[in-house]
Design a binder for this molecule. Structure first.
Ligand SMILES: C[S@@+](CC[C@H](N)C(=O)[O-])C[C@H]1O[C@@H](n2cnc3c(N)ncnc32)[C@H](O)[C@@H]1O
Length: 229
């Protein structure tokens, strides 16, 4: 899988309007995680796979004088993020890849990523890059909805048409521990619940209501990876 293929797929998500649903789908879990990231005044956060930048802006507003930079392989996602930008926000957005993060060692206090890291072309290289750009004692907060304990997420690679890592919770933990992180994991459930059957509408990710219920019950996997002193 190439970065060009990833970029063109997500460029298309912007052109077709599909990208506009990302915030609604992910916002509840993100709203549970960001307040627990320990972002304090002046801290800098990197948002990997920022998409339209909505979470980047929340991260930048998490504490006085804090800032956030979102990076994404898709030029259309970055353009969309810039079009939605509020000039009072201390967020900015750059085109870039997880595998070669264009920032110096130890620049960031926090790394955040929502529903993006399993698309990595080279997952181990991406996790090494996260480790490199974090300060000692800095923490990466990575959330993924595709992991093998959430069995209905397996088919998403076919639906989206991209290669995607499909790892168990233990395997995710081992990948981060492998580059020297201290790792904890937790499941986060969307507090809105699975919705009601009468208003359920099938889509490519979720063909029927029972699948929706089981995806909801499996939740999101929140990986907290701390770089040692
Ligand atoms: C499903 S979207 C999630 C966007 C955003 N985090 C959100 O929750 O709305 C995944 C994003 O990751 C980006 N992405 C995937 N693989 C990437 C890589 N290897 N390097 C940089 N960006 C990548 C895609 O371009 C896409 O915008």
């Amino acid at each position: 899988m190439s970065h060009d293929r990833i970029a063109s797929t997500f460029d298309e998500w912007v052109q077709s309007g599909q990208a506009e649903g990302l915030q609604a789908g992910h916002s509840d879990v993100v709203a549970q995680v960001i307040p627990q990231m320990g972002i304090r005044a002046g801290m800098q956060t990197l948002d990997l796979g920022c998409g339209t930048g909505w979470a980047t802006r929340i991260l930048a507003a998490a504490a006085p004088g804090a800032g956030a930079i979102g990076i994404d392989a898709s030029a259309e996602m970055i353009a969309k993020a810039e079009s939605l930008h509020d000039l009072t926000s201390r967020a900015r957005y750059e085109r870039g890849t997880f595998e070669a993060i264009d920032y110096k060692d130890g620049k960031f206090d926090r790394v955040f990523s929502m529903e993006a890291l399993y698309y990595a072309v080279d997952l181990d290289q991406s996790i090494s890059e996260i480790h490199r750009v974090l300060k000692p004692t800095g923490v990466a907060h990575v959330i993924v909805n595709r992991f093998s304990e959430s069995r209905h997420s397996e088919g998403w690679a076919n639906t989206v048409g991209l290669d995607m890592a499909y790892l168990s919770v233990d395997e995710w933990q081992a990948r981060f521990a492998g580059v020297g992180f201290a790792v904890e994991t937790e499941r986060v459930l969307d507090s809105r619940g699975p919705g009601d059957e009468a208003s359920f509408e099938p889509d490519a990710h979720c063909p029927d209501f029972q699948t929706r219920v089981e995806l909801h019950e499996a939740g999101s996997l929140w990986i907290r990876a701390t770089k040692p002193e």
